[in-house]
Design a protein around this ligand. Structure first.
Ligand code: SD4
Length: 330
């Protein structure tokens, strides 16, 4: 099923897709629509892992990684480990539109964003993020992203279900099947999610954007796949687009969204391209969790995931409202 304009987003971020659809339907271009959509998610603090007050790091601080890419011009703007500014995607847009750079990081990204007119400095912690962090600290949990550190039993109860109530279990990705229990990895709906959104506007132009707090309890300074073009998202007007979510530390080694777009350029349909990109990662890292969603120029879309149940949201002219697709399809 094709057609455009189209808005596609990781996860059931329905309000974000509605906001982007509203923009694109009014005739705004794909870049504007992506900014509208991702900003809506930041304001709503989607899943408590996007925007202010989400996933804290080892020190209890929330930071933001965001990316914006224009598939018509191949311009990219990104901010990484940004502090004190809550508008991630707007900061990425400022980098794209007002600098010759691609990415700004840390405090310097915040200083730039504020100098360009975004509100701040703002405390990005919330009572929820502080509560979550305090519990983690009080349980004497070891730092979760340090190698060779034994897990401690008091690190919280084993939870066989993810936060959306799905069994964390089998997820199809090409020929490989992964079974992951939610404790083997600190990546997953418990810990962090990302909005990665792709839009094709009425003119057929493509743009993508990503916004996330990154991994929960990450080592301060960690930058995930979120702000990396080709990893969390990629867009090329000639081909289509891709968005990704999951264990960014692993996924960014494979540039899965670049892979998806390049496979589609060679003629693969979105479904196969998505599965292929995920399978390449799973082959080397059988414990990883992740997903991609792909759209081609015709507006055909598909998702693939590994290690968890993935959902993505779509709105196109055939639909009355946003539709959520679940992978694996039952
Ligand atoms: C990261 N990929 O920072 C992001 C987080 C994510 O679902 O997508 N979680 O690793």
């Amino acid at each position: 099923s094709g057609k455009y304009p189209i808005v596609v987003s990781t996860w059931p971020f329905v309000e974000a897709v509605r906001a982007a659809w509203k923009a694109v339907d009014k005739g705004f271009d794909a870049v504007e629509a992506v900014v509208e959509g991702c900003s809506a998610c930041e304001e709503l603090r989607c899943d408590g892992t996007v925007g202010p007050g989400g996933s804290p790091d080892e020190n209890g601080e929330t930071t933001i990684d965001a990316l914006l890419m224009n598939g018509a011009t191949m311009e990219v703007g990104a901010v990484a480990a940004m502090r004190y500014v809550k508008d991630g995607i707007k900061a990425a847009k400022l980098v794209m539109q007002h600098t010759k750079h691609t990415m700004l990081v840390g405090d310097r990204a915040s200083v730039f964003a504020i100098s360009m007119g975004l509100p701040g400095p703002t405390n990005l912690s919330s009572s929820e993020s502080m509560e979550k962090w305090k519990k983690w600290k009080e349980n004497h949990c070891q730092p979760n992203f340090r190698k060779n550190v034994a897990p401690v039993d008091s690190c919280g109860p084993y939870e066989p279900k993810d936060s959306m109530g799905h069994n964390v279990g089998i997820c199809s990705a090409g020929s490989s099947m992964g079974i992951v229990d939610s404790r083997t990895s600190l990546v997953g709906p418990h810990n962090h999610d990302t909005i990665s959104m792709a839009v094709i506007d009425k003119m057929g132009h493509v743009a993508v954007g990503t916004s996330t707090n990154g991994a929960t309890f990450k080592i301060p300074g960690r930058v995930g796949d979120g702000p990396i073009a080709g990893s969390s998202a990629y867009a090329d007007d000639e081909v289509g687009a891709c968005g990704a979510t999951g264990d960014g530390d692993i996924m960014m080694r494979f540039l899965p969204c670049y892979q998806v777009v390049e496979s589609m350029r060679q003629g693969m349909e979105p479904k196969l391209a998505a599965r292929d990109a995920i399978s390449r990662i799973a082959k080397k890292f059988p414990d990883f969790m992740g997903a991609v969603v792909a759209i081609n120029k015709k507006g055909e879309h598909a998702g693939a995931c590994y290690g968890w149940t993935f959902q993505y949201s779509v709105r196109n002219p055939d639909m009355d409202d946003v539709k959520v697709f679940v992978h694996p399809l039952s």
